[in-house]
Ligand binder design. Structure first.
Ligand SMILES: [Zn+2]
Length: 210
């Protein structure tokens, strides 16, 4: 069972999601209790990544708040290298806004309004040629979204939001300093969450072999 489904199993609000999940992925060898224990262990070892994944897949407000705090902390530790230290009232507002934008992008799923690509969020499309040739439905990775199922977020979106707080921000300064900072924060979120995924699957693999 993928971690994203596991999160919903231990979320008391999501019994419907659990029902949906058992229909779509089949029954797991793990009991609900196993899953909750594995999540607890993952939390102890990969707290930040798990927190980000909770925010992404449960859409829970308090998880979102916690994930945001983690991004802000990381952003604060890195900003000096990219855009200068963000201090003072305005600096802090910019830091928070930047982190919010990153979290929003990270948390997009096919359920996010208007996020779905033309493939309907599945990330796969029918290969007409092959389907015709073979007479069987052949699905391939959607080229538009590269399999994510999501429309790409326009690069200008973050710049326009930050420019509201920093009217003097030029396009070239954005591209040279801010965009790399934004990309760093976003890839950090992916990295942390991937580590949590790996940790979780290692833990559950161990419990499978016991
Ligand atoms: Zn697509």
């Amino acid at each position: 069972m993928r971690l994203k489904y596991a999160l919903t199993v231990c979320d008391p609000k999501s019994s419907q999601i659990v029902a949906y999940q058992s229909r779509t992925t089949g029954n797991s060898h793990l009991t609900r209790e196993d899953i909750c224990t594995a999540l607890g262990m993952t939390q102890a070892r990969q707290r930040v990544g798990l927190c980000l994944l909770y925010a992404k897949f449960t859409k829970d407000h308090s998880s979102g708040q916690m994930a945001l705090e983690e991004i802000i902390k990381f952003a604060r530790s890195q900003s000096g290298l990219y855009v200068g230290n963000l201090t003072g009232r305005k600096g802090v507002s910019i830091l928070i806004l930047m982190s919010k934008l990153v979290l929003e992008e990270f948390c997009r799923t096919a359920d996010t309004p208007n996020a779905k690509c033309r493939c309907g969020g599945g990330g796969q499309v029918c290969d007409r040629e092959q389907t015709e040739v073979t007479g069987k439905l052949v699905m391939i990775k959607c080229k538009r979204c590269r399999g994510t199922g999501l429309k790409p977020v326009p690069k200008s979106r973050a710049r326009m939001s930050i420019a509201k707080l920093m009217p003097s921000l030029s396009q070239s300064t954005w591209s040279r300093k801010w965009q790399p900072f934004y990309d760093l924060l976003l890839s950090w979120c992916y990295q942390e969450s991937m580590e949590a995924e790996i940790e979780y699957s290692q833990i559950t693999e161990v419990s499978r072999s016991e």
